[in-house]
Ligand binder design. Structure first.
Ligand SMILES: [Zn+2]
Length: 108
């Protein structure tokens, strides 16, 4: 969430990975040419090399809703890992698993 706040108004992205049982968040680069509307995950090779398992992909929707876009949903299905979206302005987040179960959780 701090990374998402720092990068307003741009979308940010990162990965949650497990390394020998330690779960860590890795901020990645947004390589999209339109970073206000979309993201392209960059700089994740290092995460893949050094970690056992990618647990989830995180990206932000600064100032718009935490609904996943149709593009997000299809990319999530392709990635095969759960996705988390955060909105640093409303401080809410949502979770999407690749089997299309959408849960919304309000953070107070
Ligand atoms: Zn998105």
């Amino acid at each position: 969430m701090n990374q998402a706040r720092a990068e307003i108004p741009y979308e940010c992205c990162g990965l949650i990975a497990s390394n020998q049982g330690n779960i860590q968040y890795f901020p990645c680069k947004n390589l999209s040419t339109e970073p206000k509307e979309s993201f392209a995950l960059g700089g994740y090779d290092r995460v893949e090399d050094e970690n056992d398992e990618i647990l989830a992909l995180v990206h932000s929707h600064p100032g718009h809703s935490i609904e996943f876009s149709p593009l997000d949903i299809s990319a999530c299905e392709e990635s095969g890992v759960p996705w988390i979206v955060v909105d640093p302005i409303s401080e809410s987040w949502g979770y999407l698993d690749p089997f299309l179960t959408l849960h919304k959780i309000e953070v107070t």
